[in-house]
Design a protein around this ligand. Structure first.
Ligand code: 13P
Ligand code: MG
Ligand code: MG
Length: 374
């Protein structure tokens, strides 16, 4: 049986600023998901939030980029939550819904999408489990470093040495997010090409890992990451690109403990206040609001199991909600405070290219006229 896991996430409004959606908005999305299950479009699903972004996690048999799932369910659900947000006077109602009515699928219309279609339970995969990462106040390149470390670096993932299947390596699909008019992608096999991978991924504002496939079983996709830039769609700053990632785990893929290990670093990413600064990303429990200084970037990670009919196990594991991450959080908060000490100077503010979509560019343009050449 071919099954697709689709995760579609959008920010359609929040309480008291860019913090979290209201329970009534979440209910509106849940109602549309329940209707989708009743129609038979969706097998199973969950609705969660990370910061002010609502994620719909679904299993179905309709394949990726399917209209019934993207538009008939997810877009409709986000419109319904937007209407609730408007009634309630919430901040940024409908923020990520950048077009009037998307046709076909919602990729490029504002919401973040991660999807994988696969053959459920073939011989080499006797159990199916997967993780959903959702990040708020940062861009898709935020996953570059943790994915690189988990899939390319045995110093972080000893499984690359211990498991014969992992040892065969992976194919990374990296997208040029600055390119307009068609997707510009490169496929690189690791470990052979890791230095080329690094050369691209270090520029997280432009390049992001979009997909990862097994080389032992090339038909098996292990990861899918939403890698589009809202400002490229809207032509101006409209909020951040708050990415999601779907990663299958165990067996022929890395184990969850290997996949989450790099998040202990609290690496600095572009994002936070006005999408225009550099701050460390903090692993948090699911359904955490954004309440840290300068909209500290946050990431949640939950794990699911799926049965042979595409249903999720009733419960999920909240990896970053665990007490073992408390010390990491304190450390990352300390890193954030240190960065904030230098305010807007140098690397504390995002790169020149990133702030090109902000009001600072108008100031620079008008100052340019006052310059004289001596
Ligand atoms: P969101 O994209 O999560 O709404 O954040 C916008 C912002 O600029 C916060 O400072
Ligand atoms: Mg918002
Ligand atoms: Mg957001």
């Amino acid at each position: 049986m071919k099954v697709t896991i689709s995760v579609i996430k959008a920010d359609v409004g929040s309480i008291g600023g860019h913090t979290k959606p209201t329970p009534e908005m979440m209910d509106a999305v849940r109602a549309e998901l329940a209707a989708g299950i009743a129609r038979g479009d969706v097998i199973d699903g969950r609705v969660t939030h990370t910061g002010d972004d609502i994620a719909i996690i679904m299993s179905h048999t309709k394949g990726v980029a399917n209209q019934d799932i993207h538009v008939g369910l997810a877009w409709k659900a986000f419109i319904s939550a937007t209407n609730v947000a408007k009634e309630q006077g919430n901040y940024g109602a409908g923020q990520d819904l950048l077009v009037d009515a998307p046709s076909g699928n919602v990729r490029g219309a504002g919401p973040a999408v991660a999807e994988i279609e696969f053959d459920l339970l073939p011989n080499h995969r006797p159990a199916e489990s997967f993780m959903v990462y959702a990040a708020d106040k940062c861009a898709p390149g935020a996953y570059n470093l943790p994915l690189y470390l988990a899939f390319c670096d045995p110093m972080h993932n000893g499984g690359l040495l211990l498991s014969p299947r992992l040892h065969e390596g992976f194919t990374l699909t990296i997208i040029d997010m600055d390119h307009k008019g068609g997707d510009r992608v490169i496929k690189l096999d690791v470990p052979e090409r890791i230095w080329d991978v690094c050369a691209l991924l270090r520029d997280m504002d432009r390049f992001a890992i979009e997909a990862i496939h097994s080389r032992a079983f090339p038909e098996e996709q292990v990861a899918s990451i939403s890698a589009t830039r809202l400002h490229n769609i809207a032509g101006k700053y409209t909020g951040k690109d708050d990415p999601i990632a779907l990663v299958r785990n165990q067996g022929i893929f890395p184990a969850p403990e290997e996949l989450i290990e790099p998040y202990v670093i609290g690496h600095y990413v572009t994002g936070d206040a006005r999408g225009s600064h550099t701050m460390p990303i903090m692993p948090v429990a699911l359904n955490t609001p954004v309440a840290g200084i300068f909209c500290l970037p946050i990431v949640s990670c939950i794990g699911f199991s799926m049965d042979g009919n595409g249903h999720f196990a009733k419960n999920y594991v909240d990896f970053f909600g665990d007490v073992t991450w408390d010390a990491t959080r304190l450390h990352i908060q300390q890193k954030a405070i240190e960065m904030r000490r230098q305010g807007f100077f140098g690397v504390a503010m995002a790169s020149q290219t990133e702030i090109a979509y902000t009001g600072l560019i108008d100031t620079l343009k008008s100052l340019d006229k006052e310059f004289i050449t001596r």
